[in-house]
Design a protein around this ligand. Structure first.
Ligand SMILES: Nc1ncnc2c1ncn2[C@@H]1O[C@H](COP(=O)(O)OP(=O)(O)OP(=O)(O)O)[C@@H](O)[C@H]1O
Length: 251
């Protein structure tokens, strides 16, 4: 019997076009982008300001809709879903980490972590939640509110929340943008662990070459197009590539 080895795709966009505005003010934020985000891999998205990184992430995650082309989470095409089903899909199959943490102030650390499961009406897998709490190192802070935590601690809670439902893919938008380098490195280490130990798919937008160096692959966007990719990135390698783009090479 033949064995077919397939890399599962956690998320992808095909021939994605996103146009904002009309007439003279029209902006083509994505210009025929095709990209796959494999399961069990950490992908970073880089590029100059305005190159379409956030747009790509938002459209891939069903937070915004494409003008043309298609976006999939696993085998599900997002364009075919109504608002209600899209909301359910985001809640059950995608984890989000934002630059500004976005924890619920009135809830405790523990309640924030299990919030996606509570909203989905799912019973938390207590063993899994305990593992996550252990990994983020905040076991003694479970009854605290977000305002009682440092930025780095809050972002570690946000990562645990994103992982709590074992989603098909985690999208992280500048997760280290508001953190000092040490807290940032802790958060990146957590995301890396989620990929290596849990087989999680992670997609991260970042401006920071040393953050991107934690990924398995870096995708480079310029003017809404995918212009390059780098496997096994190093911070220096990514920085050199970014500088080359700024000089206008390789477009
Ligand atoms: N809601 C919107 N309305 C109009 N234009 C928009 C909108 N959102 C983004 N754009 C434009 O689309 C282009 C891509 O924006 P996007 O935010 O995806 O870039 P980015 O690479 O994430 O930038 P940054 O690194 O500055 O966050 C930019 O020219 C931006 O001005």
């Amino acid at each position: 019997m033949m064995t077919v080895v397939e890399t599962a795709v956690a998320a992808r966009v095909a021939d994605a076009v996103k146009i904002y505005g009309v007439g003279d003010t029209q902006v083509r934020a994505l210009d025929h982008v095709t990209v796959e985000f494999p399961a069990g891999r950490f992908t970073a998205i880089m590029g100059p300001s305005g190159s379409g990184k956030s747009t790509l992430m938002h459209c891939a995650a069903g937070l915004d809709t494409l003008t043309a082309g298609s976006a999939y989470i696993g085998g599900t095409e997002l364009g075919g879903l109504n608002d209600r089903r899209l909301t359910v899909l985001r809640r059950e199959r995608i984890g989000f980490v934002f630059q500004s943490f976005n924890l619920v102030p009135a809830l405790t650390v523990r309640e924030n972590i299990t919030l996606p499961l509570d909203l989905a009406g799912a019973d938390p897998d207590e063993e899994w939640v305990a593992t996550l709490i252990d990994v983020i190192g905040l076991g003694d802070r479970l009854r605290h509110r977000p305002s009682e935590l440092s930025g780095g601690q809050q972002q570690r809670v946000a990562v645990a929340r994103a992982l709590a439902g074992r989603p098909q893919v985690v999208f992280a938008d500048e997760p280290t943008g508001n953190l000092d380098s040490r807290s940032g490195a802790e958060v990146l280490g957590l995301l890396r662990q989620a990929v290596d130990v849990m087989g999680q798919a992670v997609v991260m937008v970042t401006h920071d070459p040393s953050a991107a160096a934690h990924a398995d692959e870096v995708l480079f966007l310029a003017d809404g197009r995918l212009v390059d990719r780098m496997s096994g990135p190093t911070a220096d390698g990514v920085l050199d590539r970014m500088k080359a783009f700024e000089r206008g090479e390789g477009r």
